[in-house]
Design a protein around this ligand. Structure first.
Ligand code: XMP
Length: 332
């Protein structure tokens, strides 16, 4: 990562609002006014992924701009199974129209052959902001893109831990020049716990405001090695099982990771050189530091049994018992 770039216009200019100092109603009113004043009588776009950050921004901006906000759900092929339909349903009920954009070809094309974690993140950022939103902004005439960047995202990128997909201006990128639009980030002073309070105060259902975090680059952060539609399908199936088995734990985040290496297994008495899935379950407050949840062994055995019987090709399941740091929450 370019350290000179990381210092320009950095997060250090942004003042964190700590959870104990947050007045959700006051901040909502302030941000709605700010969005209205900045966008004026023009229009803006935003991408909804269904995560708490982008959902909160969608409602804030919808309140500020009404039908001058165009909300897109970008189908990048990297989402969890069933996700697009579920999110569209929730927002339809809330009266917010969401338009689907099928961008699978662009994302898989950009990821083709890449195995380096930061190169994969860069490819996703480029596909999202330049290729997909560059076009959508041209079509809609919008001058602004609203997004749910939070304080931790910026902090991690500036610190050089990971290039978070949504960090642009804090890295010295002039979005107007490079992509043709400005980025507005009304939640940037908040950490995840603060965003949840805002989302609840905005009337988002529990399913959204209490959702475990899910990264912008989606399942690509959980695939070690190349990201292909087949490999997304494998990690997606394992994710469904892990989420199903661990949702009652109340843990901060739980996930499945597909490894690049294969290992020798045995199935029906025959050698099966198969795939490995790693399960992670985190105790954390803000994703900055984390500890593995002390899951009952029976739970782990059940997950392993389900993954090896329900996800084709998997012969090994492991549980990560490392803290962050030195681990990170996602694998990529
Ligand atoms: P890591 O893996 O860095 O993750 O320990 C910290 C938290 O951030 C989420 N995450 C992301 N969120 N864009 C996001 O919006 C990203 O590029 C990204 N990468 C990781 C991760 O799920 C965890 O909650």
């Amino acid at each position: 990562m370019n350290t000179d770039a990381t210092k320009k216009g950095s997060v250090w200019d942004v003042k964190e609002i700590r959870i104990e100092d947050l007045d959700p109603e006051a901040l909502i009113a302030e941000k709605i006014d700010e969005i209205s004043a900045t966008v004026g009588d023009g229009c803006a776009v935003n991408a909804l992924s269904g995560g708490v950050d982008s959902s909160a921004v969608t409602i804030l901006a919808h309140r500020a701009l009404g039908d001058r906000l165009k909300t897109y759900f970008i189908e990048n092929g990297l989402m969890r199974p069933g996700e697009p339909a579920r999110i569209a349903g929730i927002f339809k009920e809330l009266g917010v129209p969401v338009e689907f954009v099928d961008a699978r070809e662009q994302f898989f094309g950009a990821l083709d052959g890449l195995t380096d974690p930061e190169e994969k993140r860069e490819a996703i950022t480029h596909s999202f902001y330049k290729v997909v939103f560059g076009d959508l902004v041209k079509q809609s005439g919008a001058k602004y893109l609203l997004q749910g960047t939070n304080y931790t995202d910026v902090e991690e990128t500036i610190a050089g831990v990971k290039r978070q997909h949504n960090i642009l201006e804090q890295l010295g990128i002039d979005t107007k020049k490079v992509y043709g639009y400005r980025v507005l980030e009304p939640l940037i002073q908040l950490r995840k716990s603060g965003v949840r309070k805002i989302a609840k105060a905005l009337g988002l259902p529990e399913e959204i405001h209490n959702r475990p975090p899910f990264p912008g680059p989606a399942l690509a952060t959980r695939i070690i090695g190349e990201v292909t539609p087949e490999r997304v399908e494998t990690v997606g199936k394992a994710t469904t099982i892990v989420e199903d088995e661990l949702k009652s734990t109340g843990a901060f985040q739980y996930l499945a990771i597909l490894h690049e290496d294969r290992v020798t297994g045995v199935r029906n008495g025959k050698r099966d050189f198969g795939l490995q899935i790693e399960v992670r379950c985190w105790e954390s407050r803000d994703a900055k530091v984390g500890k593995p949840t002390r899951l009952p062994f029976e739970t782990l055995e059940k997950i392993a049994g389900r993954i090896t019987s329900e996800v084709p090709g998997v012969v090994s399941v492991t549980y990560n018992i490392t803290s962050k740091p030195p681990s990170t929450i996602e694998a990529v």
